[in-house]
Design a protein around this ligand. Structure first.
Ligand code: AMP
Length: 218
């Protein structure tokens, strides 16, 4: 089993849902840069200079690379030094970032990586994002599925369900420009050239996607 599992896919492809499941299944650390940034936004003691860099997030654009590296590398080191593997969720969104992570892994003598693409069209990504909700209490993402669409409160903590701030249609459009399939293509190529890429169809039901990922990781 590889120690570093990199999830790639457009926003709404189910990366977060699958990354959590896979991390739990293999007792790996789950590192979502989106979650780390939202945590920073809500931390009253955080460095104000770092907080200023979050402005891009509100409009659906990518935040600065240096902030991503600062937050993500610290978390990765934490899990690896505890002997655990990591699942990276949304942590790599450009070729420049992919290269920087590679440098980081090499500097730590880590070459044990696999990248998993969860493939989904931009149209389907847009539809999913406009309909999904988030729990205001615990941050759980509630996807739009036959089994969840009539929920009025969070199945985990009972909290109120809301639309995430960057799930407003104008912001979603920007996120798909910046982080959709066109933006993803050179990153996928990068990992393909390294012989690390696996591809799974993200349009399938959640359990089926999980099964295919588990199989691809073996
Ligand atoms: P997510 O929760 O993964 O959809 O991320 C939410 C937002 O955080 C994105 O729309 C970006 O603004 C920002 N973000 C998350 N990860 C990264 C990253 N690796 N590079 C740049 N910005 C990021």
């Amino acid at each position: 089993m590889k120690k570093i599992i990199i999830f790639l896919g457009p926003p709404g492809s189910g990366k977060g849902t699958q990354a959590k499941k896979i991390a739990k299944k293999f007792d790996f650390g789950h590192i979502s840069t989106g979650d780390l940034l939202r945590h920073l936004a809500n931390d009253p003691h955080a460095d104000p200079t770092d907080k200023q860099k979050l402005i891009e997030m509100k409009s659906g654009k990518l935040v600065s690379d240096d902030l991503i590296y600062k937050l993500a590398f610290r978390e990765i080191e934490k899990y690896l030094s505890a002997g655990k593997g990591v699942v990276l969720d949304g942590a790599i969104r450009s070729v420049a970032q992919a290269k920087k992570y590679q440098e980081f892994f090499i500097s730590k003598n880590l070459t044990d990586e696999v990248a998993v693409e969860i493939a989904l069209s931009d149209e389907e990504a847009f539809n999913r994002l406009t309909k999904r909700r988030v729990c205001a209490g615990c941050g759980e993402i509630i996807p739009y599925l036959p089994s969840t669409r009539s929920l009025t409160s969070c199945p985990k903590c009972g909290g109120e369900l809301k639309v995430r701030k960057d799930d407003e249609p104008a912001v979603i459009k920007q996120r798909i420009v910046d982080q959709g399939n066109a933006a993803l293509a050179p990153i996928l190529k990068y990992y393909e050239n390294l012989g690390m890429l696996k591809k799974v169809d993200g349009a399938a039901p959640i359990d089926e996607v999980e099964e295919k990922i588990t199989h691809a990781l073996k």
